[in-house]
Design a protein around this ligand. Sequence first.
Ligand SMILES: [Fe+2]
Length: 384
Amino acid sequence: MSHSFSTIQSIAASTFRATRDGNTTISKDSTGRLKLEGEAQTESSHPEYLPTWDTTEHYEPLSVFDHVDPGTRADPSFPNLLPADKVADGTIKNKRLTPKFGNEIRGVQLSQLTDAGKDELSLFVAQRGVAVFREQDLQNLAPNEAVEYSSYFGRPHIHPTSGAPAGAPEIHLVYRSKNDSVYESFFKNHTSSIAWHSDVTFEKQPPGTTFLAMLDGPETGGDTIFADTVEAYNRLSPAFRERLNGLRVLHSAVNQAESSRAQGGIVRREPVENFHPLVRQIPSTKDKALFVNPQFSRYIEGFKREESDFLLKFLYDHISLSADIQVRASWEANSVVVWDNRRTLHSALLDWASGESRHAFRLTPQFERPTESLEEDAEAKAEA
Ligand SMILES: [Fe+2]
C-alpha cells in the first residue's frame, strides 16, 4: 500500500484549498467564520450543508464516556429494520453485494427507524460491514437534526480539522466544487488516489456505525471502496493470529493537524495519539477484526522500527491487495452509505474530471474504546 499518509492528506487538504475556484470564493464574517461565496452557494442543492471554517473555534480534549454498543441490544432477526412481510412482498429489497461483505437496500427509510430499528441497523452493519441505502430522505434533515439522529448511536464526534455547516460542528463534510482542479493537480504527482483508512482512529473511542449521505455528486465516479478487516483477520493462519495477540499500535492525529495548518486550514482540537490493540473484538458480533490503517497507525509498541514497518506493510498489503474481501459502493442521488468503522477500511476514489461537484455529509458517532478480548475485559472488571 503505497498510499500513505501524504496521499490522503493531499486530497483532504484540498477540501479546504480547492473549494475555491474562479467562481467560488471565501469570505470571513464578523464572527471569524470562513464561508464559501458565489457559485458554490447558488449551485448546491443543500447550501445549508456547505462547509464553513470557524477560525475562533477551539475545543478541549475529548473526555472518556461510557458507551453501550447499540447492536448488543438488537433483535438479530431484524423485525424493525427488515420486517419479514415487507421483504416477502418486495417492498424492501435487500441484496448482498458479495457473499460475506456489503449489502444494497431499497425500501427502508433510515430517518424513520425506531430506536429498536436503529439498534438493528447497528448490528446489521456490524455483521455485513457496509450497507448502501438507496432513495433516502436523511438529506432533508437540517444539520442539527442530523446530529441529533446520529447521537442515538454514540457521542457525535467533532472532527479536529474539517469544515462544518454553520452551527453544527459535529458534521464532517466532504466537498469538492464544480470547477476545482484537484484532479489535475493530484495526478501530477501521484499514480493512484487509493488511500485506505478508517476514520479518526487516533481517538481513544473511535467511531462505530458511521453514515455518509450524498447531497450532490457526479453522474459517475467518486465511488467509495471498502475492505473487510474481519475476513482479513480470519484469512490469517492460527499461528499468525496468535502472534498478533496482545500487540498494540499507536494511532496519531499529529500529521493531519500539521497538514491542515500548513494548508491554511483550522485545528479545532489539539492532536492526540492513542494506543489501540492491533486486533479488536466487536461487542455486538464477537467478531475479531484487524484494526490498523496506513493513514493513522504509526508503529507497533515494543517492536523495533524495521520490525514494525515490516509487519504493518504485510497487513496493509494483505488488506489492500485482497480484492476478494472488498466491495465498491457506487453513489446515486440520495444514497446513504452506512459502515462499521471498527471492522472496515475504506478509500474514496478521485476518478472524475468532469466539472461536476461532489458534496456529502458524514455522521460519526463515537463508540467503545477498542478491546482485543471482551471476555478478558469482563474478567478484569469482575476482579476490580
Ligand atoms: Fe474516511
